[in-house]
Design a protein around this ligand. Structure first.
Ligand SMILES: NC(=O)c1ccc[n+]([C@@H]2O[C@H](COP(=O)([O-])OP(=O)(O)OC[C@H]3O[C@@H](n4cnc5c(N)ncnc54)[C@H](O)[C@@H]3O)[C@@H](O)[C@H]2O)c1
Ligand SMILES: O=C(O)[C@H](O)COP(=O)(O)O
Length: 531
């Protein structure tokens, strides 16, 4: 696809980008750019691929006016302002499985390096010394490994530790005791893990809750001589507190792959300590892992641009290509219905109620809801789309509720959307018909109708008396407006009637006022669904 431009800002595996090249995307890779040079480089990009180095801020996204997707070739998205991306309708995708093994292996390499003081012994011998007494280590067998964060990497580290006959204990508030038992891991409260661990390794994401999780209070609870490994994120450990715990002899050693500031300043106090082993954020740096994360992200981005399928997104629910095939007609119908509803009223929307029935109720209605809201809120922001429509609704205080009726026995429409405003609102139903799944609006405010949700149309309410259709036709004809279809609906004879009049072209305000001037006409709304 020639039109899609992908800017690669960090050192991402070249061969891993092949799926994008093969699909004809234009790839520009320039690493290490900062400030204005980076802002300029992303100006025309439709997609951006990064690792952990490039900080993807709201300002950078604003500079990239066409940006629709950010791919993180790796796990941590803490260098990306995800809320800002969501607000701008930009999908953020990562590759959480691509570097798990490699990072767990690096964690274990650090753990062994700490236990046997390999980097120190190596440096000593290379410096010409033969210090066998100085580098007496500690055996892993029978020691307790405490793991904080029992996710993908934490679990692989646990299994490696069990291979070394270590006892594994863990804290993770999102893992059930049953899951832990299956893995032969004792799940404990955080404090108990601090108190019992001989080695402590952390594998959580960096969030406001986990920042500084291992600080002075935690060190105070730990065993004297504990060894700490951090191969997750720098901010998880309070570095000053760690420095003091090492100096006081409480912590025997620490192995760090990550730092609160990267690269750490050369005079960082921890770098000066003999007990500290460091690597420059190499956890994911194997050829295998780099190729794997790049391929995963490249394929996800390719499919998003080519088919609209969503995989590996952190700010949107997944929609597979297969699911999309069945879902697509409903998404199109919901989006059109949202735009139709938006034009039925000038009042701010307070509430949206979506009722799904039959086939669609069995599908991913979350995606259909987002499509409806994207249509409804289209005029709120030029960048409203399925990524941010729910958020925009929430920000505007619109309560969104949905219900699903799986049985089609009651002959309910596939989709009924009620939009509530201060003075009432409207309820519109729609369905798909025929072998080609063509969308039709089947009901407006209780009036049965069958209208294709496309093109130009008038929704006209009038008193149900003879001659109105003629007057409306004459009014439009006098202004050279051709009627392509005329649909009538009424609840009871002589009451209020409704007409949906499809026209070949747009209808001006002057025409609308002329229609409103017809005695029997109660209200007229002009709706345009093509643009
Ligand atoms: N050093 C590197 O190069 C490198 C490479 C890959 C991943 N990482 C980092 O490693 C970390 C873990 O990655 P992963 O793929 O295992 O992620 P994951 O999402 O699979 O696992 C994270 C685990 O942390 C748990 N968790 C969340 N909040 C917690 C809390 N307050 N206390 C305890 N546990 C909590 C979650 O329940 C989850 O089980 C991430 O920070 C990631 O960015 C670093
Ligand atoms: O979160 C991750 O995936 C790791 O920290 C790897 O980061 P990197 O891609 O910069 O090596």
């Amino acid at each position: 696809m020639d039109g899609v431009k992908v800017f690669v800002a960090d050192d991402v595996s070249e061969s891993g980008l092949e799926p994008l090249r093969a699909a004809g995307f234009q790839i520009e890779k320039r690493t290490g750019l900062k400030g204005d040079a980076l802002f300029e480089a992303v100006r025309d990009a439709d997609a951006l691929i990064v690792r952990s180095e490039t900080k993807v801020t709201a300002e950078l996204m604003d500079a990239a006016r066409r940006l629709r997707a950010i791919g993180r070739a790796g796990v941590g998205v803490d260098n990306i302002d995800v809320p800002a991306a969501t607000a701008r309708g930009i999908v953020v995708m990562n590759a959480p499985d691509g570097n798990t093994m490699t990072t767990a292996e690096h964690t274990f390499a650090l753990l062994l390096a700490l236990a046997r003081r390999i980097p120190q012994a190596h440096a000593s011998l290379k410096a010409g010394r033969w210090e066998r007494k100085k580098f007496v280590g500690t055996e892993l067998r029978g020691k307790t490994l405490g793991i904080i964060g029992l996710g993908r990497i934490g679990r692989v580290v646990a299994s490696r530790a069990q291979g070394f006959e270590m006892k594994v204990i863990a804290y993770d508030p999102f893992v059930s005791p049953e899951q832990a038992r299956e893995l032969d891991i004792e799940l404990l409260p955080l404090e108990a893990v601090f108190e019992r661990a001989d080695f402590l390794t952390i594998h959580t994401p960096l969030t406001p809750e986990t920042r500084g999780l291992i600080g002075a209070q935690a060190f105070a609870r730990m065993k004297k001589g504990v060894r700490i490994i951090n191969c997750a994120r720098g901010g998880l450990i309070d570095e000053q507190a760690l420095y003091e715990a090492i100096r006081s002899g409480k912590v025997a050693g620490a192995a760090l792959d990550v730092f609160s500031e990267e690269p750490p300043p050369p005079d960082h106090p921890l770098l000066a300590l003999e007990e500290v082993v460091v690597t420059p954020h190499l956890g994911a740096s194997t050829r295998e892992a780099q190729e794997s994360v790049a391929v995963i992200v490249a394929e996800q981005l390719r499919d998003y641009f080519l088919t609209g399928s969503v995989r590996g997104a952190v700010n949107m629910p997944a929609v597979s290509a297969q699911e999309l095939h069945t879902l697509q007609p409903y998404l199109a119908l919901a989006e059109a219905l949202g735009r139709f509803q938006a034009q039925l009223t000038d009042e701010p929307v307070r509430e949206v109620r979506l009722e799904y029935a039959g086939e669609v109720a069995e599908l991913n209605t979350g995606a259909v809801t987002r499509a409806f809201l994207a249509g409804l809120l289209r005029n709120v922001s030029a960048r409203v789309n399925v990524v941010n429509s729910l958020l925009i609704a929430e920000e505007r205080g619109i309560a969104v509720t949905t219900s699903q009726r799986r049985s089609a026995a009651e002959d309910l429409p596939a989709l009924r959307a009620s939009v509530v405003t201060v003075s009432g609102g409207h309820a519109v139903a729609a369905d798909l018909f025929g072998p080609r799944n063509e969308g039709r609006i089947t009901e407006i405010d209780g009036f049965r109708i069958e209208v294709i949700p496309a093109g130009h149309m008038l929704v006209l309410h009038n008193r149900d008396v003879p001659g109105v259709i003629g007057k409306v036709g004459t009014c439009l004809g006098a202004r050279q407006i051709n009627i392509s279809r005329f649909h009538l609906g009424r609840r009871e004879r002589g009451g209020e009637a409704m007409a949906v009049i499809e026209t070949d072209g747009p209808v001006s305000d002057e025409t609308l006022n002329a229609l409103r001037a017809i005695d029997e006409v109660i209200s007229v709304r002009y709706i345009e669904l093509d643009s």
